[in-house]
Design a protein around this ligand. Structure first.
Ligand code: M6R
Length: 369
């Protein structure tokens, strides 16, 4: 069943290139145009949407946070992302021109289900992004875009997350396509890159031995911090969540720009801090800012674990450990940057003698509120 791997999680991490490719399959035409006909939300509804609201929990929520950057950039439609468990209790403002996207691997998460029911009661249209055919969330939604990750058995979500991201990018790009935006050329270019991303995930998987070794060396630590900016911020949150649930370590993700507003007080000698560095191309301001953040924490003794694009030399002097990821468009970087964090958490859990596939106190799907 585990296909020769010690844990389902390892198998599922390894399956990611295929999961990503399967989720793209049949959705990108040879002319580079997207077709999401199966989704069954009429283009007219998508054209008129005035707001997008994403609801999800845990890892799926992190996918939603990343989707916000893509949706707002490519479509200029305002997008909110909310923890499903908080959503209905704050009396959110919704109407028939709100497109609600509910993201769930299992399709059975009660918090997400209650959020989507609330949204539909207010007249909003709900699109589910889901990995489980015929589960409750897609059945109760107006439309569904399935992720094709295949069954995910390990409690910690890995391949489902990557395919949720792919689905979110497809929705964002498709919204851009049907509405027409000034980013037409960029959208075309990104669609091409997205079609290739499985290969890049594969490349990352082939270079993970040093990450495993690093993780084993950190097994005695109590805390690991994660920093990121822009889409790297949700990636940092996801890296921290994986570490909490698998290694039972104190782990926190921060927006790097928040350091000076508090978290920098946590930095002490030899504290491991993982930093996700945005591409130096394109939005180079972001990149330069994070390089100075790395300098700041290193000057205070942090052990810096830097995840940076191939060819980015500026980070080298400040990285105690350097993890290379392939060159991708900024918005797609989470697809490659998350993979080392999954491997890192899995290896740390193993080194600490934890049950990888079935962490304590957790269930694969949370069917109570
Ligand atoms: O099945 P869902 O995607 O709705 O589950 C949501 C969360 O419970 C889930 O992502 C959880 O956070 C994972 N265990 C994280 O690895």
């Amino acid at each position: 069943e585990k296909g020769g791997y010690d844990y389902f999680m390892l198998k599922e991490i390894a399956e990611q290139p295929k999961a990503v490719a399967d989720t793209l399959l049949g959705r990108i035409g040879t002319d580079g145009r997207l077709s999401l006909d199966e989704v069954r939300i009429p283009d007219a509804v998508l054209r008129e949407a005035q707001k997008v609201v994403i609801v999800a929990c845990g890892t799926a929520f992190h996918a939603g946070l990343i989707a916000k950057y893509a949706i707002e950039h490519w479509t200029r439609i305002p997008c909110e992302v909310e923890l499903a468990s908080e959503f209905r209790y704050r009396d959110p403002i919704l109407d028939h021109r709100t497109l609600v996207i509910a993201i769930s691997q299992s399709g059975e998460t009660m918090d997400t289900l209650m959020a989507l029911r609330h949204a539909r009661e207010q007249g909003a249209k709900v699109l589910a992004i889901c990995n489980t055919n015929g589960s409750t969330i897609p059945r109760e939604s107006d439309a569904v875009l399935y992720t094709h990750a295949g069954p995910e058995v390990a409690v910690a979500s890995t391949k489902a997350f990557l395919t949720q991201l792919v689905a979110c990018y497809l929705v964002a790009l498709y919204l851009g396509q049907v509405r027409g935006t000034k980013w037409g050329d960029e959208i075309q270019a990104v669609v091409k890159e997205l079609a290739e991303i499985g290969t890049q995930v594969e490349e990352v998987l082939g270079t993970m031995e040093p990450v495993r070794e690093l993780a084993r060396g950190l097994a005695g630590k109590n805390t690991v911090l994660f920093l990121g900016r822009h889409v790297g911020h949700p990636v940092a949150l996801e890296g921290a969540l994986k570490l909490k649930e698998l290694a039972y370590m104190h782990a926190e993700g921060f927006a790097a720009g928040e350091l000076k507003h508090g978290p920098i007080a946590l930095i002490e000698e030899d504290l491991p801090v993982v930093v996700i560095v945005p591409s130096p191309r394109g939005r180079s301001v972001l990149h330069d800012k994070i390089v100075s953040n790395i300098q700041e924490i290193r000057a205070r003794g942090a052990r810096t674990i830097v995840i940076a694009e191939e060819g980015d030399e500026t980070v080298v002097p400040y990285a105690d450990h350097l993890v290379r990821i392939p060159v991708t468009p900024t918005l797609l970087q989470p697809l490659v940057a998350t993979v080392p964090l999954q491997v890192f958490a899995c290896e740390l859990a193993t080194a600490r003698g934890n049950e990888v596939d079935q962490p304590r106190n957790l269930a694969k799907s949370v069917t109570v509120e």
